[in-house]
Design a protein around this ligand. Structure first.
Ligand SMILES: [Zn+2]
Length: 56
């Protein structure tokens, strides 16, 4: 399985964060504390954010 980083944008405030595709912890927005991703089946499931860019 390929690992990569994602640049994501918070749906609530638009703040951009970089997350790991296989993050194993819940990641919250630094600005508004919305939940951005949670771990699911060994990869990060996007909850409150949209992907801006995939970083190889
Ligand atoms: Zn936010």
């Amino acid at each position: 399985m390929k690992n990569y980083f994602l640049k994501v944008s918070c749906r609530d405030c638009g703040s951009e964060s970089t997350i790991y595709s296989r993050a194993t912890t819940t990641i919250s927005c630094d600005v508004c504390s919305a939940t951005l991703t949670k771990p699911s089946g060994g990869k990060a499931e996007l909850i409150g954010c949209t992907v801006v860019e995939t970083l190889e």
